[in-house]
Design a protein around this ligand. Structure first.
Ligand SMILES: Cc1cc2nc3c(=O)[nH]c(=O)nc-3n(C[C@H](O)[C@H](O)[C@H](O)COP(=O)(O)O)c2cc1C
Length: 165
């Protein structure tokens, strides 16, 4: 069934985003960032969005500890960044350290300089099968100019630059 479900869901096109959070340790604040395509708008009043993260994700552990995160919606120009952040923590650390990003004023989580972004605080979380669904209350947004959208479909990245029909 798992293989069948994967095969079917490959036909569902999604956007691509970078989720960010951090952990505060004795030697200072450690930021982290991962590529996600499970971003969903849940509610407008109150404003809620969700992410679905693997139960054993190192990123998820930090997010649940800080209860704060941000998501930046990637344009096609950030395709390479999406690839470099879709790996384990040790391999993405160098990329995280040089992100063109600033700390969000409401959460401290990094928001990308050239993307539309959302800052969240934890509203609720639910362990569901092998993933955790985290629901965040939106505390800040910025809708910035961006180029053609980055789309994930059939296990690959695509550009969506058709004018709206
Ligand atoms: C296009 C794309 C979308 C992804 N979306 C998710 C996601 O929604 N949730 C998730 O847990 N991992 C997702 N991943 C995998 C993460 O980018 C990353 O590899 C993983 O979370 C690392 O786990 P860690 O936090 O334990 O290091 C995605 C990968 C790609 C290429």
């Amino acid at each position: 069934m798992e293989a069948d479900l994967r095969a079917v869901m490959r036909h569902f096109a999604t956007g691509v985003a970078v989720a960010t959070t951090y952990s505060d340790r004795a030697d200072g604040r450690h930021h982290d960032a991962v590529t996600v395509n499970s971003l969903t708008s849940v509610s407008l009043d109150p404003p809620l969005v969700s992410l679905c993260l693997r139960l054993d994700s190192a990123f998820l552990a930090d997010l649940l500890a800080t209860k704060k995160w941000a998501v930046s919606i990637l344009p096609d120009a950030a395709r390479d960044l999406a690839r470099r952040l879709a790996v384990d923590r040790a391999r993405r650390a160098g990329t995280v350290g040089t992100l063109p990003a600033t700390a969000g004023a409401r959460t401290g989580a990094l928001v990308l300089d050239s993307a539309s972004w959302i800052e969240c605080v934890l509203w609720d979380s639910f362990d569901l099968g092998d993933h955790t669904l985290v629901v965040g209350e939106v505390v800040a947004v910025d809708d910035r100019a961006h180029g053609p959208a980055l789309v994930f479909l059939h296990g690959r990245y695509h550009t969506l630059d058709d004018p709206a029909q």
